[in-house]
Design a protein around this ligand. Structure first.
Ligand SMILES: O=C(CO)COP(=O)(O)O
Length: 251
């Protein structure tokens, strides 16, 4: 029997925050009693705030970027270097967030290239996947998620530093959460896919977290489901209720 999977809670601040609000968020995280020895907790501020956040937030909370480029440093104006992130103690990144996929037209293949390159450079990657409302309504959820996962698996050589975030696009920022049972159903399919494509051992250790309108009031309901290994939180991560979500096991 392998070790139990460590619960993971990420706070994706997206393109929000100011110097003042970041100070307040970091101050509150530093002051509060958080279950971070049991829950791997990582915040993902905008690029501008990465270094001051890393400098000031407690060391048992990780800091990550929201996006990363798939090539080494060089002539890539406006991009985010994995090497520079590592150099600054920023040890995590998101890849494939649905906002990157839809607004910035990132393909499955580009997301996979970014994921593999970031891993090679030493980052832990939260790779995001998920279906749109139209895809869910046409019963294509599993087909879409498996397509996105297969694209990742074509490039990613080692899965030990990957956390998969299942974020149904229709549940992001809409207040319309997937029910915990809906999340579990897809997470179980993801684990089944992982067992088939990556082997039983990788599947057993792979953390699959849920994102989409998670908040302090609904987070606890997810705990009863065996394949939900944490959350990727958007809006609520900017609020004090993020602490409740990190402490979900004790509320
Ligand atoms: O996109 C998300 C996290 O990456 C989820 O956002 P919300 O929690 O605001 O729905």
């Amino acid at each position: 029997m392998s070790a139990p999977r460590t619960f993971f809670v990420g706070g994706n601040f997206k393109m929000n925050g100011s110097q003042e609000s970041m100070k307040q968020i970091v101050g509150a995280l530093n002051e509060n009693k958080l279950n971070v020895d049991k829950v791997e907790t990582v915040i993902f501020p905008q690029n501008l705030y990465l270094i001051p956040t890393r400098e000031h937030v407690r060391k048992d909370i990780g800091v990550g970027a929201q996006n990363v480029h798939d090539k080494k440093n060089g002539a890539f104006t406006g991009e985010n270097s994995a090497q520079s992130l590592i150099d600054a103690g920023i040890n995590y990144t998101l890849t494939g967030h649905s906002e990157r996929r839809t607004i910035f037209k990132e393909s499955d293949e580009l997301v996979a290239d970014k994921t593999q390159f970031a891993i090679e450079q030493g980052l832990t990657v939260v790779a995001c996947i998920g279906e749109t409302l139209a895809e869910r309504e046409s019963n294509d959820t599993i087909k879409v998620v498996v397509r996105q996962l297969n694209a990742l698996a074509d490039k990613v050589k080692s899965w030990s530093k990957v956390v998969v975030a299942y974020e149904p696009v229709w549940a992001i920022g809409t207040g319309k959460t997937a029910t915990p049972a809906q999340a579990q159903e897809v997470h179980a399919e993801i684990r089944k896919w992982a067992a088939e494509r990556l082997g039983a051992q990788v599947a057993e250790g792979l953390r699959i977290i849920y994102g989409g309108s998670v908040n302090g009031a609904n987070c606890k309901e997810f705990l009863q489901f065996p394949d939900v290994d944490g959350f990727l939180v958007g809006g609520a991560s900017l609020k004090p209720e993020f602490h409740t979500i990190v402490n979900v096991h004790t509320i």
